[in-house]
Structures are given as C-alpha cells and as structure tokens.
Design a protein around this ligand. Structure first.
Ligand code: ATP
Ligand code: MG
Length: 634
C-alpha cells in the first residue's frame, strides 16, 4: 500500500498584490470571481458575449453525452472574423497587430488592417487551391508573420490547421501530415537559429515524398536562403506568387460552434505525442477570457509570449488570445541567448513590452548569468510576468521576480495542457503569490486532488490532479482515436472526471503545488513522491543549476532517488559535495527523500518545448527501449 507523499517543500514566502496593478485590474476581487464561476453556464455564457456571433447559441453547455461535451451549441461564429475583421471598423484599425522581430534585429509590423488584407488574400488563394471547409492544411514554418496569416486564413474559410513545430525532423513531420491527410503544406526557405539558417524546405522535401495526400506546397521566403523550387510541376509555389492578384475581401465562413478548429500534438514528455482536436467557439471563449484576466490585458499593452507557435502556448497565447482581445502581439524568431543572453531584455526595452510570458527552462537558463544582462537594459515597462510548461522552482521564481520584475511585477504561474486549451490553474494579478505554486483554479474550473479511488484527499496530501467539471476550451477528442481519448483521460475516475496525468497537493490555503507527472512519481519506502519538489530542493542548493530525478531500484526501500545535476560553471561533483547535497535535500524535504545516487551531467534530455524527459533517463538507467523520441531536443 502506497501512502501519498508526506514530504513537502516548506515554501512559506507570500507576496502580496501590488497596489498599482490592483487599481487597473479587470478582476479586483479574486474570491468573488471564483464564486461567480461556480455557475458554469452563466459564467461562460457571459464571457461569450464579448464576441460577434453570426447566430447566438441555443445552449451554453450540452453535457448529454459525457465526456463528449459540447459548448455554445446552435451558435455560428468565425474566429478570424473576431480576431481581425471585427477590429478594422474600430480605432484599432491602424494599431499594430503583429510585431515581428528576429535575432538579426529585423522587424516587420502589421496593423490590424494590413493583417486583414493579407488574411483575405491568402484565404482566397487557398480556396482556389481547392481547400474547403473541414480540409486540413499544415504549416511547417518558422515564427514569421506568414504563419499567423496562414492559420487565420484557414479559420476564415473553415479549414482545420495542423501546425508542426519547425524544430521537428522528417519522421515527425511525416507522421503528423499523414495522420491529418494534409492537402496543402506551408514551408519556408529557412529559419534563423543562433546565427545560422536552417533549411526547412529541404526537410519538408524529404517528408513530402512520404506524404501522398499533399497536393500543394507553399514556400515562404523568410530568410533569403537560396533554395530550389519546381514551380513547373505545379505542386510547389512561392507564397508571394500564390497570393498575387487575389482579392483582399473574403467572406468569413459561418462556422458551427463545435466545428473543428485545429489539431495539435502534445509535447511527448511522457510518451508518444497525442494529436489533440480543438473546436471553435469554446476555444475562443476560453483563451480570450484567461488571457484578459490572468495577464490583465488592456488596449495599450504590448504582449510578448516567447513560446513557439508550434506548441499550444503559441496557439492560444501568441496568436488567438491576443488578437481576439485586439492587443499587439510580439512574434520573436530566435533563441533566448543569441547573440547574447541579454537579447530578450533588449527587445523588452526597445519596444516597451508590458506583459511577458515564458517557461521555467528559459528562466533557469538565463539565471546562470545573474543580473549581468537584466541590469544592462531598462525593464521598467514590464507590469506582469508569467510562466508555463513545468513547475517553477522557488529559486527561479525569486530570480525572475527580482531581476526581471524588479520586485514590482506579479508572476502568474499558469498550469494547463495542450488538451485544456487554456490556463486552468493560475493566480490573477491581484492574488497573493507563493513562489512555486500555481495558486488556485481559474474561475469556472473545478480542480481537485484525489486518491486512486477518486476520493478527495485532505489538504497537504499529494494525489492525482483532476478536473471535475467541463470547461469551454477543452479538447473534444484525440484525432481519429476516440478509444485512446476515453482510455487516457476519462476511464480511471468514474463520473466523467478529467484525469490530467499530473500529481499535486493543496496547502492549507487551498493553493495547488504541482508535483510532476504521475508516470514519473518516485516510490520510496511506501511513499509516493513527486519529482518537482525533489528537483526544487536540489536547485535551491547554490552549486546546482538544473536537476532531474528518477527512481532507482533499491532492495530495501523499493526505490531511492537518482539525481542528474547540471552544476554551476566550474563546480565539480566530489564526495564532499555529494554528502552536502544529500544533507541539503534531507534537510529540505525530510527523511523520506533518500538520495541513492547523484551524477553530474552537462545537459538533460528535454522536449523541444523545454520540458525534462525523465522517461529517457529512466529507460537508459534500466537499459530499456527509450520509446518515441520524436520531440527530443538534440
Ligand atoms: P505528453 O502529454 O505528450 O507527455 P506534455 O504533457 O509535456 O506531453 P503539454 O501539453 O505541452 O505536453 O504539457 C502539459 C504538461 O506540462 C502538464 O501536464 C504539466 O505536467 C506541465 N505543466 C504545464 N504548465 C505547468 C505549470 N505551470 N506547473 C507545473 N507543470 C506544468
Ligand atoms: Mg500531457
């Protein structure tokens, strides 16, 4: 019998809300908003009023066939119309919608009106290529304006997009195209990466050979990299040529609320990536509402989310959330440390970014440079900071808060997944914050921690994080795999409760502390221990930059901790440091956290979205097959 973890990170610091942020905030009373969210239909129905509907919905939530929930049934709407067309009759017409910057410092700005013209031209061109409502179009593109334009053009005519992250290799591209029976593929002459140009066309050429459904390949000139295309065959065409002469008006397709919007794959941290399907209206309501309230978006904001559009964070919070709110979104093509680790702060200063959203892996990386680069630039324009992707360890939180936020910006730690479409657990800017905690569920979300039988565990105890009621931007299925959808997410807990696959605990204030994946959990002397807190304990030691832990078989304890550590530059792991680290972790977490082995490494296996892949470490340790590594970073 396993006990749920009783070793707890003892993080007690609380950061009270900043008065200036509070004054402006859309939501001033967090608890009252959570109360309002308890009436699901009323709450989300009100939020849906922010859009222009061709026809209003009949029912906010249809739960007659659980877990195949439907939202805003009977409603007719178009995403691109609401993200672009709607604004051009307003004062936003000449406001910058997309601010593109790349690592060479080149910039391109598109106003809402310019974006409108571009989207329409491409939408018309896609129709001419024979793309119809419900067809799938794929993008294997860098972070360039054409990627956003292509996604919006699909929405405009009712085509479903499947964006493939531009860092993936041939095999992964082929799988994704064939899964979706893609008709048209967008690719580019290249993408800028740390001073080099990666030739995407070459990779897509390889892939296309194995993708029989592709009829047309559209090539964006992004880098000026000389490439060969055979326009003669009629199958390949430059983007510029494709839209040449196309009319700049295009009527928006009146989509059913539940029509498919896009498919997208998960990061593949815990296994083979899952193809997730999102639908139209509910997704729009979810992403716009969460972005507006969690990052407190106002018309004068300059929003920058550093994710890649190839992942859900980019879909929801680089393109759709910001444009649905009519704000300006920064699209940055490049790495966080090229030409030097000050580049992000340089961009913040140059353009006056007000809200900034990134991942713990990037923060831990930039933290190595102390305050050298954050002090070189004026970061006073920043008002709210956010993180997503993994638990943020308190050390990194504090560094971010002090050096980037200058003790003046709330940090919103947002927990969510490709499947959830939108943030589900996160503070609002007016919430008291605890470093390392994602705080509470967003209004309208019923998150709980339960045991194996689905019973709620007492505060302080660890368990499975589940969501008990539906939310508008939830995925509707796994693409062409209803069985796996039911099996993975809905089978374990009776009553149609969504199983997130993550472990968590709630503290005495009801704050959630994410503990890691249930697949990665350690089982030591009958205790279940999440990876996040053990890794945080390691990282809180001065010598350690990054840590990943797995369970190592032990004849007495069942498992003990094996830790893989990246140490500060110049540090070496000798027996003295090993002893010190063991003592440190024991001191932080208590006697249950038995460290069996510590090894020093130069890098950790991560997904291309920056998450540690513990299953790779585990498989190597046990000499087993590593499984699907299509999203593993090189
Ligand atoms: P796969 O499902 O293929 O294993 P993945 O779960 O990494 O991949 P994503 O949907 O990109 O794919 O990531 C969602 C996961 O990321 C969550 O389940 C959680 O484990 C982690 N995560 C995201 N945000 C946070 C956060 N703020 N705190 C802790 N963990 C987070
Ligand atoms: Mg997942």
């Amino acid at each position: 019998m396993l006990h749920d973890t009783s070793v707890l990170m003892d993080e007690k610091r609380v950061f009270e809300p900043n008065e200036e942020v509070k004054k402006r905030a859309h939501v001033k009373d967090w608890e009252a908003e959570i109360e309002k969210g308890k009436d699901l239909e009323k709450y989300w129905g009100e939020k849906a009023e922010q859009f222009e509907w061709f026809k209003k919905w009949d029912k906010v939530l249809d739960d007659s066939n659980k877990p195949f929930y439907k939202w805003f049934t009977g409603g007719k709407i178009n995403l691109a119309y609401n993200a672009v067309d709607r604004w051009i009759e307003t004062e936003k017409r000449n406001q910058i919608a997309i601010l593109y910057v790349n690592e060479r410092g080149h910039e391109r700005k598109l106003t809402y009106y310019e974006l409108y013209l571009e989207v329409n031209k491409l939408a018309n061109a896609l129709k001419n290529l024979g793309v119809k409502k419900g067809d799938t179009v794929s993008m294997y593109l860098p972070m360039c304006p054409e990627l956003l334009i292509a996604m919006l053009a699909c929405n405009k005519i009712g085509a479903v997009h499947s964006v493939v992250y531009s860092g993936l290799s041939v095999g992964a591209v082929v799988d994704r195209m064939n899964d979706a029976k893609v008709k048209v593929l967008f690719t580019a002459d290249g993408t800028f990466r740390r001073g080099k140009i990666i030739d995407l066309k070459k990779i897509s050429d390889e892939a296309v050979k194995m993708c029989p459904t592709i009829e047309t390949i559209v090539v964006v000139k992004n880098t000026g990299n000389p490439i060969e295309i055979s326009e003669i065959s009629g199958r390949e065409i430059y983007y510029d040529r494709l839209i040449e002469g196309e009319p700049s008006e295009c009527e928006a397709e009146k989509m059913d609320a539940e029509d498919p919007l896009f498919m997208l794959y998960t990061s593949g941290s815990t296994g083979k990536p899952k193809g997730v399907l999102h639908t139209t209206a509910g997704y729009m309501v979810g992403v716009a509402t969460t972005l507006k309230y969690i990052f407190d978006i106002h018309p004068d904001d300059l929003w920058w989310c550093t994710a890649d559009i190839g992942w859900i964070t980019g879909h929801s919070y680089i393109i759709y959330g910001p444009l649905l709110l009519g704000t300006t979104t920064v699209v940055y093509e490049g790495a966080p440390d090229y030409p030097d680790p000050g580049i992000w702060w340089k961009v913040v200063e140059k353009y006056g970014v007000t809200k900034f959203y990134t991942a713990p892996t990037a923060i831990r990386h930039l933290m190595r440079f102390g305050n050298k680069y954050t002090n070189l630039y004026n970061l006073n324009s920043l008002k709210i900071l956010g993180t997503v992707g993994e638990s943020i360890n308190p050390e990194a939180w504090i560094w971010y808060y002090k050096n980037v936020g200058k003790d003046n910006c709330p940090i919103v730690d947002t927990w969510w997944q490709t499947e959830t479409g939108m943030h589900l657990i996160s503070p609002l800017p007016v919430s008291p914050l605890k470093p390392g905690s994602a705080t509470k569920a967003f209004p309208g979300i019923d998150a709980q921690v339960v045991d194996e039988d689905g019973k709620e565990v007492p505060l302080g105890k660890g368990g499975y994080l589940v969501i008990k009621t539906p939310w508008p931007s939830m995925f509707r299925t796994l693409y062409q795999d209803k069985e796996r959808f039911l099996e993975v997410y809905w089978k374990d807990f009776p009553g149609c409760i969504y199983k997130s696959g993550d472990m968590a605990r709630q503290d005495e204030d009801g704050y959630f502390w994410l503990q890691g994946r249930s697949d990665d959990v350690l089982k030591i002397s009958g205790h279940r221990i999440g990876t996040a807190e053990v890794e945080s304990a390691f990282v809180s030691h001065l010598a350690v930059v990054e840590a990943a832990v797995i369970g190592k078989d032990d004849p007495i304890k069942g498992e003990v901790i094996k830790a893989f550590l990246i140490l500060k530059e110049g540090k070496k792991l000798d027996s003295q440091l090993i002893d010190e680290l063991k003592r440190h972790v024991r001191h932080e977490l208590g006697p249950v956290a038995v460290v069996g082995e510590i090894v020093q490494v130069q890098t950790l296996p991560k997904t291309r979205s920056g998450k540690i892949m513990r299953r790779v470490l585990r498989a190597r340790e046990k000499g087993e097959d590593v499984g699907d590594t299509s999203t593993l970073e090189e």
